[in-house]
Design a protein around this ligand. Structure first.
Ligand code: S3P
Length: 171
């Protein structure tokens, strides 16, 4: 990491299942940063799971809460932040993300599929053909994820620690 970037927040963006949380935790450990997961903060703030929140208030209200949490988080420094996969869809969030360095964890769709096949914690993936849904969401978001400062293409056999080390060496 360049000494010029010391203390600058790192925002991990990317699809559900990309490993933003595990890689973010590794980055925090290696840099002596604190780790924040925006979904975990939302769940703590609302006292509801993300599934419950989507069911009760809908995606629109969830996005409002997500933006509010992001605005609060970016007032701090020395953070590695795992964001929710849809954070990039709200234009105003980009001004918050730009407070720090934005890293896109780009994981092949077949790897996402394997990781998410048994998962029931993602409301957007319920009751849908998983592979088709993942492809659709990625198609909608790829141009947004591409606006990251750093694009990290992750291979299936790389560990979170290896990915974190690669990110730190590239910034
Ligand atoms: C979402 C991703 C989830 C969570 C919510 C919506 C999305 O976070 O914020 O289910 O729109 O991609 P993860 O990317 O951590 O799974």
């Amino acid at each position: 990491m360049s000494s010029l970037l010391k203390g600058v927040n790192l925002y991990l963006i990317g699809m559900m299942g990309a490993g933003k949380t595990t890689v973010g935790q590794e980055i925090a450990r290696k840099l002596g940063y604190r780790f924040v997961d925006t979904d975990a903060v939302i769940a703590q703030f609302t006292q509801k799971s993300i599934n419950q929140l989507f069911a009760e208030v809908g995606e629109g209200e969830f996005r409002q809460i997500e933006s509010k949490i992001l605005a609060e988080v970016c007032a701090y420094t020395n953070l590695a932040i795992a964001t929710g996969g849809g954070i990039v869809t709200q234009q105003k969030n980009w001004s918050y993300l730009r407070h720090g360095l934005i890293v896109w964890l780009d994981v092949p769709t077949d790897v996402l599929y394997q990781r998410l096949a048994e998962d029931n914690t993602r409301p957007l993936l319920q009751n849908a053909d998983l592979l088709t849904k993942l492809q659709l969401i990625l198609q909608e978001r790829r141009s947004l994820y591409k606006q990251a400062d750093l694009h990290i293409s992750v291979s299936a056999n790389e560990t979170a620690s290896q990915i974190a080390a690669r990110i730190i060496s590239e910034i």
